[in-house]
Design a protein around this ligand. Sequence first.
Ligand code: EPZ
Length: 427
Amino acid sequence: MDKIVIRGGNRLSGTIPISGAKNSALTLIPCALLTEEPLTLRNLPRLADIDGFQHLMTQFGVSASIAGHRPEDFGRVVTFQAPRLTSTVAPYDLVRKMRASILVLGPMLARAGEATVSLPGGCAIGNRPIDLHLKALEAFGAEIELAAGYVRAVAPDGGLPGGDFDFPVVSVGATENALMAAVLANGTSRLFNAAREPEIVDLCNLLVAMGAQIEGIGTSDLTIHGVNRLTGATYKVMPDRIEAGSYACAAAITGGEVTLAGAVARDMSATLHALQAIGVTCEEVAGGVRVAANGPLKAVNLSTAPYPGLATDMQAQLMALLCRAEGTSVLNETIFENRYMHVPELARMGAHIETAGRTAIVHGVERLTGAEVMATDLRASMSLIIAALAAEGESVVRRIYHLDRGYERLEEKLALVGADIERVSDE
Ligand code: EPZ
């Protein structure tokens, strides 16, 4: 397994290219199941999860051909094509490695009239149920059966009639599965209290480019008029707002100044507002967002929430930044029940943080010191990288396969702006 070694203290300065969004790519790729025509996605980030999803798609007879990527580019162009499906089963050994695999359920059901997907199970940050995915598909007329660790969904003969579903809890994945099922339904479907994340907008924009009819894009009430068939498309994945926010925290904690090339300010406005409250200058510039430290960091109180609120995927990274703020910050993680596993690892670097349930109290400290720490989940591992960049001395971050799931060529990007960072294999 690899590890990352960082010698902290360098001010980050320069430009970091932002890659395509992992959490958009993971819902755009399964759209290839909705048509027999080729779907070409540009700006696909080179990430373990994307490779994993590509491999999963080949299980169903989908071809995936990489075209037109240049070594100096970040991201790839990949064309997916599913002229006919050779299987409608997503097996346990693949789904357990990447829970986003559940996102084949809706499109597979819409295309083939049936789908059998292994239940994804929980993960480090929570038990991650999929009840809302299933309730939405039932509302559209699917028969759902749970057996032997698999969910089996079957549409009536002639396809899903469509229907209405009011989400009791905002769910990104359930909204995505519902959208991908509704676009080929026989009638009109309406979703209420749907997720509004920019990744949902990216999905709707792709589906419309493929011929879907969707109203209310960007709002929490979506109306989908089912169509008989969808065409292929060529579509560019949106930039990753969480990657951009993560590097903004890295720049800020080192007292640096970084331009996030390709970042879209409006997609990350809650993060930018939090950074500005902490005393970091953030401004939209041509082609991206510029973030610059501007004096001492100030403690703030933050609460995660569904978009347009502060992204739960930014909580760990902002916590690392607040470890160096003057004063005490209170964080409230409202989305997942166990998303503080970075706390004991940050404490090894000298952070002073108390947690109680979904609340974390961060007492700013004068200095962080380098240590050997262990990544536990994707965003937790990024918070350790951020802390290590500002820590005195050397830090070693192990189990960085978590990082590789969501951050494309992280050490190259940080070295671009002056970080003393290297990836070494860990015999
Ligand atoms: C997506 O996960 C993202 N993953 C997550 O990013 C992100 O943290 C999350 O949305 C929230 O923004 C991808 O897009 C691949 P949810 P998802 O359904 O869809 C509960 C990262 O670090 N819930 O919006 O699984 C659930 O337990 C990852 O990139 C149900 O109760 O999140 C949670 O408490 C981590 N029943 C809340 O809703 C359901 O059927 C929000 O979950 C579904 C969800």
